[in-house]
Design a protein around this ligand. Structure first.
Ligand code: ARG
Length: 768
C-alpha cells in the first residue's frame, strides 16, 4: 500500500512536475478565513485572517483603494500617499502636460505638497464593509418564479439595500451579483473626490517598451505613479478637490520591504479586478473568437493607424491623443492575444468537453434534469440568435462610436429629449445644456477634428461594408443617394457643417439650443440614425435573448458548482475588491523557452534603442545605470531589480495593486499579465498565467535616484525584517504542495533540474 502510494506519488511528480495546486481565484476578502487562510499559510503567509480583512480594526484592506473606478492603488504613508501604475495615472499626467511643460515626457515629482496637482473628477473608493445579502435579495424567489418577475424583484431589492447602506449620502454603496446571479453582495465605500498627482517617472520609464512589450514578459517598465488622497480637516471625504483640504490619514498604510523577492516567496495581491468570464459557455467563447474579437481588432487597427499618422506629424496632437491611443491600443493587443491564445490552448474545445460532461451528469438524474435540463440548450440557442446581431453591436460600439464626434453627439441625447418634450420645460432644457458644459470642454481639450474626420470616413465605410445589409441604419442610404456612396464626401459634408467640430460652435449652440438646430446637425443626425436603428431593430431582440441567457447561465453555473462540489470556485471578477495569492514563480512559455522570474536594469540597457521611441532610455537614467548607481536598492548580487512575476490570478482593474509578502509588507506593484496567458480572463491556466509586477526597489530608485524625490521615500515606512516567507523554488514547492498533503513526501530539485522525491525521514521512521 505505502509502496504503491510512493510509486503513485513518484508517477504524479514525473507527470506533473510543475502542477501546483492551481492558484486560480480572485477571492472575496470576506471569506478569506474560511476558504483560503490555511492554504495561504502553507504558502508562507504569516498574518492572521483578521490582519487581512476586519471591519472593526485596521487591516490590510484599509490600505487598498479603487482608483477612479478603473484601477487599484495602495497607501504607502500615513499622509495618504498613494502608489499606483503609470498607466493608471496616465490620463491625469497627460492632462497636466503641455508642449511647453511636458511632464508626461519629462516626469514630475512635487517638491512640496503645494505643488501636488488637483484632478477634478478623479476619486478613490475605500471599502468600509461588505456583506453577503443573497438571502435578502432572493427571499421568496423560487425556481418557479417567472424570469421577468425575478429580475424586477432582484433589481428593486438591490437598490433598496444599497440605498439603506448609503446612510444619507455618507457612503457609496452597491449590490453586485456573483456566480451568474446565484449570490449577491453589498459593498459599502467611502469616496474621496480630492486625489492629487504627486509624481510620475518620464513616460520613457513608466511606459518603457510601449505597445511592443505590453502584455509581455520579460518586462523592464517602471509602470508606477503617485497620488495623494486629501480629506477635510476631520479626515472626512470631500466630493471635489478643495483648497482647505489636508492629506488623508489612512487607517492603514503598507510598510515597504527592500529585502527583495526570491523564487517561491509568498505573494498576495489585493485589488479591484474588472471583469473575467470564466463561466462563459463554449458558444460564447466561440462568438468571441470568430466574430467579436476579429471585428474589434479590425476597427481598432484602422483607428489606431489613422491616429498615429497624425500623432507622428504633430507633437501637440501626439500629446492630446496619447492617453486615448494608449487605452485603445492596450485592448487592441489584448484581443489579438486572447484570440491567439484561444486557438493555441484550445479554449473552446476544453469548454465544450466540460459542457458535455456536465450534460451527461445532468442527464443521469431526473431531479437534475428537472432543475438544470434546459440550461445548455437555451444557452446554445441564445448564442445562435445573438450571433445574428452581434456584428451590428460591435460595429456600433467600436465603429460608429469609435468616432469621437459621434460619441460627443450621443452625449447630447438628454438635451435632445428635453427639447422634444411637450409641454416644453425651459428649466429642464437649461439644466441639460448646463450639464454638457464640462464634458464638452473635456472633449475639445484633446480633440482634432481633421483627425477624427479621417477616422469617421474609415470606420463608417467598414460599418457599411461588414454589417448585414438589412441591419444598416438609414444614414447609409443617405450616403448612397446623396453622396454617390462616397463616405469620404459624406465625411466632408458632416465635418464642414456640424457644430460639433469645435468648442466655440458647440458652446454657441448650448447657449441657445433649439430642436430644429439639433435635428439638422449632420453629426447628430448620423448618431441618431445609428442609435434609432439599434433601439428599434436590434435591442428588443437582443434583450429577449439576454434575458433567456441570464436565466440559463445562472442554472449552468449552479449545476457546475453542484457537480464539482469538491472544488471551491471564486466568483468572476466584477470590479469588487478581491484577494489573490500565490508565489513568485518562473514559467515555461513554450517548447524550449523558459522565463526567469525577475528582470534587472541590465535588461533596460539591452533593450535601449535611441532610434525607437518605445525603447528610448532617458539620458539621466542611462548615466545612472551605466555608473551602476543603485544605492540601497541593489539586490544581493549588486544588480538593480526591475520587475518580477508571480502566479497571482489578476486581471485589468488590478493595475496598480500592491504585491504583498507573507508579513504584510509591500514588495511590488502589479501592472500586467503575460502573452502566453492572454486567455486568462476566460480560462485560468496555472502553468502559464503570470502577474507582472514592478519591483518596489525599482520604483523607489526611480523616485529617489532618478526623480530626486527622496522626501517621498522618507514618508514611507521602510522595514527590514529579513527575507520573505515562502515555500522556495517552485519545482519542489508545487510538487510538495500537491503531494505533501496526500503522501507526506519531500520533493527536491537537484542541480540538473530534475525532480527527486524523498520520503521524509520521520515519515519513513513512522512506517508510513
Ligand atoms: N496591459 C496593461 C494593462 O492592461 C497596460 C499597460 C499599459 N502600457 C501600454 N504600453 N499600453 O493593465
Amino acid at each position: 500500500m505505502r509502496k504503491n502510494n510512493w510509486a503513485m506519488a513518484l508517477a504524479l511528480a514525473v507527470l506533473l512536475p510543475l502542477t501546483a495546486r492551481a492558484d486560480e481565484g480572485m477571492w472575496l476578502p470576506l471569506f478569506v478565513k474560511r476558504l483560503n487562510h490555511a492554504d495561504m499559510q502553507k504558502k508562507g503567509l504569516k498574518l492572521t485572517a483578521e490582519e487581512i480583512y476586519d471591519i472593526n480594526n485596521a487591516s490590510l484592506k484599509d490600505a487598498v483603494v479603487q482608483l477612479g473606478g478603473f484601477c487599484t492603488g495602495e497607501f504607502v504613508s500615513s499622509q495618504g500617499l498613494l502608489l499606483t501604475n503609470h498607466h493608471c495615472g496616465y490620463d491625469a499626467i497627460q492632462s497636466h502636460s503641455t508642449p511647453q511643460n511636458n511632464i508626461l515626457q519629462n516626469g514630475f515629482f512635487a517638491a512640496t505638497k503645494a505643488e501636488e496637482k488637483k484632478n477634478p473628477g478623479l476619486f478613490v473608493d475605500i471599502l468600509v464593509r461588505m456583506e453577503d445579502v443573497t438571502g435578502k435579495v432572493l427571499e421568496g424567489i423560487t425556481p418557479a418564479t417567472p424570469e421577468q418577475e425575478r429580475m424586477a424583484t432582484v433589481q428593486k431589492r438591490q437598490k433598496e439595500l444599497a440605498d439603506a447602506a448609503k446612510e444619507n449620502g455618507q457612503y457609496v454603496a452597491y449590490v453586485r451579483d456573483m456566480f451568474g446571479g446565484n449570490e449577491y453582495y453589498l459593498f459599502v465605500y467611502q469616496r474621496f473626490g480630492d486625489v492629487r498627482l504627486v509624481g510620475a517617472p518620464p513616460e520613457a520609464v513608466g511606459k518603457f517598451g510601449g505597445d511592443t512589450d505590453n502584455w509581455m514578459w520579460p518586462r523592464h517598465t517602471g509602470d508606477f505613479s503617485m497620488f495623494r488622497v486629501y480629506a477635510d480637516k476631520n479626515n472626512k471625504p470631500t466630493a471635489t478637490p478643495q483648497d482647505g483640504n489636508v492629506p488623508y490619514v489612512p487607517k492603514k498604510h503598507l510598510p515597504v520591504s527592500l529585502q527583495g523577492v526570491s523564487e517561491g516567496d509568498f505573494a498576495m495581491v489585493f485589488g479591484f479586478p474588472g471583469r473575467t468570464q470564466r463561466f462563459l459557455p463554449a458558444a460564447g467563447l466561440q462568438l468571441t473568437l470568430d466574430q467579436t474579437n476579429p471585428a474589434r481588432i479590425k476597427l481598432r487597427d484602422t483607428r489606431l493607424k489613422l491616429w498615429k499618422e497624425d500623432m507622428d506629424r504633430d507633437p501637440a496632437l501626439r500629446l492630446k491623443y496619447a492617453s486615448k491611443y494608449a487605452s485603445i491600443a492596450n485592448y487592441w493587443k489584448y484581443f489579438i492575444g486572447q484570440n491567439e491564445g484561444m486557438k493555441r490552448l484550445k479554449t473552446v474545445e476544453a469548454k465544450q468537453a466540460e459542457e458535455k460532461a456536465l450534460a451527461d451528469w445532468i442527464a443521469q438524474d431526473p431531479a437534475r434534469q428537472q432543475q438544470y435540463g434546459e440550461a445548455l440548450s437555451t444557452i446554445n440557442q441564445a448564442y445562435a440568435g445573438i450571433r445574428q446581431y452581434n456584428l451590428s453591436v460591435q460595429y456600433i460600439n467600436e465603429g460608429a462610436f469609435g468616432t469621437e464626434i459621434i460619441t460627443l453627439a450621443s452625449r447630447l441625447m438628454p438635451l435632445y429629449m428635453a427639447l422634444k418634450a411637450t409641454p416644453a420645460d425651459k428649466a429642464a432644457i437649461q439644466k441639460a445644456a448646463a450639464d454638457l458644459k464640462e464634458p464638452v470642454a473635456e472633449h475639445f481639450k484633446d480633440y482634432s477634428a481633421p483627425t477624427d474626420k479621417k477616422v469617421f470616413a474609415a470606420l463608417m465605410s467598414l460599418y457599411q461594408q461588414d454589417v448585414p445589409k438589412d441591419q444598416l441604419p438609414d444614414v447609409f442610404q443617405t450616403v448612397q443617394k446623396q453622396y454617390g456612396g462616397s463616405m469620404q464626401k459624406y465625411a466632408d459634408y458632416v465635418f464642414s457643417t456640424s457644430f460639433l467640430t469645435s468648442q466655440a460652435k458647440t458652446d454657441a449652440f448650448l447657449a441657445a439650443p433649439t430642436l430644429a438646430k439639433l435635428e439638422a446637425d449632420p453629426a447628430f443626425k448620423t448618431m441618431n440614425s445609428v442609435y434609432t436603428s439599434f433601439t428599434q431593430n436590434i435591442l428588443p431582440t437582443m434583450q429577449g435573448l439576454q434575458a433567456g441567457l441570464g436565466r440559463a447561465n445562472r442554472l449552468y453555473v449552479a449545476a457546475l458548482r453542484e457537480k464539482n462540489a469538491q472544488k471551491v470556485y471564486s466568483p468572476d471578477a466584477n470590479s469588487t475588491i478581491r484577494l489573490s495569492y500565490g508565489t513568485v514563480r518562473p514559467y515555461r512559455g513554450r517548447d524550449a523557452v523558459s522565463y526567469d522570474y525577475k528582470t534587472t536594469a541590465q535588461g533596460i540597457l539591452e533593450k535601449e534603442d535611441p532610434s525607437n521611441p518605445e525603447f528610448v532610455v532617458p539620458q539621466k537614467e542611462l548615466a545612472l545605470l551605466k555608473q551602476k548607481d543603485y544605492g540601497r536598492f541593489a539586490d544581493k548580487n549588486g544588480n538593480l531589480p526591475v520587475a518580477f512575476i508571480t502566479d497571482n490570478d489578476i486581471t485589468g482593474g488590478n493595475s496598480g495593486s500592491p504585491v504583498i509578502n507573507g508579513r504584510g509588507e509591500l514588495i511590488g506593484v502589479a501592472f500586467d499579465g503575460n502573452w502566453e496567458a492572454m486567455t486568462g480572463d476566460l480560462a485560468y491556466d496555472p502553468e502559464l498565467k503570470r502577474c507582472i509586477n514592478a519591483d518596489i526597489r525599482y520604483v523607489l530608485w526611480c523616485v529617489e535616484k532618478l526623480g530626486g524625490a527622496k522626501h517621498l521615500v522618507d514618508e514611507m515606512t521602510i522595514v527590514n525584517n529579513g527575507p520573505n516567507p515562502g515555500v522556495g523554488p517552485q519545482t519542489s514547492a508545487s510538487a510538495a504542495a500537491e503531494l505533501g498533503d496526500v503522501e507526506k513526501m519531500k520533493v527536491k530539485t537537484d542541480k540538473g533540474g530534475k525532480t527527486k522525491i524523498k520520503r521524509k525521514k520521520e515519515d519513513a521512521a513512522a512506517g508510513m
